[in-house]
Design a protein around this ligand. Structure first.
Ligand SMILES: [Fe+2]
Length: 302
């Protein structure tokens, strides 16, 4: 079934974490799963302007989703043109000449067929609308991974997991598995990675492994936690911030999950104009946007 299978194109190069980018030690934002939410994007950008020094912002894929029309899509792109943008499966499947993978989500077995089919429908509408858009040329230049050092710690960033762009092995369930923990420890050691930062599973999780961490922001553009509406991004800095819902100090570095407290009324008005009550996006996501998920904040650190 489309939307469940993984292409070999998604498999990451074995040594991807050795390709280290220059960094000037400014604060780092890693923003996964914006899903085309322009209100959330504005909130993140305003937050960045309030830092002492403008941070390095890395958009960790699935920047787009609900923004299936070119005007909305480009509005998001224009505001992030100077930031680093990595591929998520949503972007990868826009530039994939084949349509055999649907949304490219690579959903696991426990996600029901209805969700998978609706995601394929959302993606194919977007792909149709953008098929002649020049923005695809820009998306083709995007990388799957980004690695940098920050005060002596190595940060490796990718959309899915350490092996695949659409991998689910940094989900809450997967990270609770003891065998998985062992494999991760080996990978982090071998690649000298201190912080692996991912997204894709749409639910936030932080796993501590000795002095190393896996950090998954869940979604920056959609609610993550029960009874709340805010998105979450990851902030790595030598100073803490006031909007963090989780703040971990490791050495002299703060690893934080930070609220994206966007204007939900504006967002849902925009959303409802595109996605009526019977649309796949409304059926799959409208309740979550307004009411959150079943996850409690206390369940994020495992
Ligand atoms: Fe994804």
């Amino acid at each position: 079934m489309k939307g469940r299978n993984c292409s070999i194109d998604y498999i990451l190069n074995k040594n991807w974490a050795s390709n280290i980018n220059e960094h000037n030690n400014s604060t780092i934002y890693i923003v996964g799963g914006l899903y085309g939410n322009f209100e959330a994007l504005k909130t993140i950008k305003d937050f960045a302007l309030n830092e002492d020094e403008y941070p390095l912002i890395i958009f960790n894929g699935d920047i787009h989703w609900f923004d299936i029309y070119e005007d909305d899509f480009l509005k998001v792109e224009n505001l992030i043109k100077n930031d680093i943008k990595l591929l998520g499966n949503v972007e990868y499947e826009l530039i994939n000449p084949n349509n055999n993978l649907g949304c490219g989500c690579n959903y696991p077995e426990d996600v029901d067929d209805g969700v998978v089919e609706r995601s394929n429908d959302i993606h194919s509408a977007m792909k149709d609308n953008l098929k002649n858009s020049s923005v695809l040329n820009d998306i083709r230049t995007r990388e799957k991974t980004y690695v940098l050092e920050y005060f002596g710690k190595k940060i490796a960033i990718t959309h899915g997991d350490e092996k695949s762009l659409s991998g689910w092995n940094c989900s809450i369930d997967s990270l609770k598995d003891k065998n998985r923990e062992q494999n991760l420890n080996i990978w982090l050691e071998e690649n000298k990675v201190d912080f692996l930062v991912t997204t894709h599973t749409c639910l936030p999780v932080v796993k501590k492994l000795n002095k190393k961490y896996v950090l998954n922001n869940g979604s920056s553009g959609m609610a993550n936690i029960k009874g709340t509406t805010y998105g979450i991004f990851i902030r790595i800095s030598n100073k803490p911030c006031s909007q963090a819902i989780i703040s971990i100090k490791e050495g002299n570095i703060y690893l934080e999950l930070v609220k994206v407290d966007f204007n939900v009324e504006n967002f849902i008005n925009w959303f409802d104009n595109i996605w009526d009550a019977k649309s796949p996006a409304s059926i799959s996501y409208r309740n979550r946007i307004l009411n959150g998920t079943n996850l409690e904040k206390e369940e994020i650190i495992i």
